[in-house]
Design a protein around this ligand. Sequence first.
Ligand SMILES: [Fe+2]
Ligand SMILES: [Fe+2]
Length: 135
Amino acid sequence: MALVTWSDKYSMQIKEIDDQHKVLVGMINELHDAMKQAKSKEKSLEIINKMAEYTQFHFSTEEKYMQRFDYPDFKKHKHEHEKFVEKVVNFKKDYENGKAGISYDILNFLKEWLVKHIQQTDKKYAPLFIEKGVK
Ligand SMILES: [Fe+2]
Ligand SMILES: [Fe+2]
């Protein structure tokens, strides 16, 4: 069973953003599968790298629009992104040098952070993005 299941309650009613969030959900599930199936370190690292890269791409998409539309909470929102990227990058380093493994601790952190960030932080920009024509 997947660790995270996409639900309509996560939708912003903005396809571009929803599609990116779905990719992130998919990557967390991929990492969960890699742990359950005891995939090689190489394979897991590939997923972690892909996730770190895509997360930064997704955040830059949101930040681009927030800046373009003068979103008032931009700074606070960006700060949440930065803290998360830092956490992922640190985990990646620890995993690479054998200080950390893939555990439910890290998987649940990723899952809970994403779901909470979507529902509490991302949702706040949705009306503005929609008004400005983001689809
Ligand atoms: Fe965000
Ligand atoms: Fe987001």
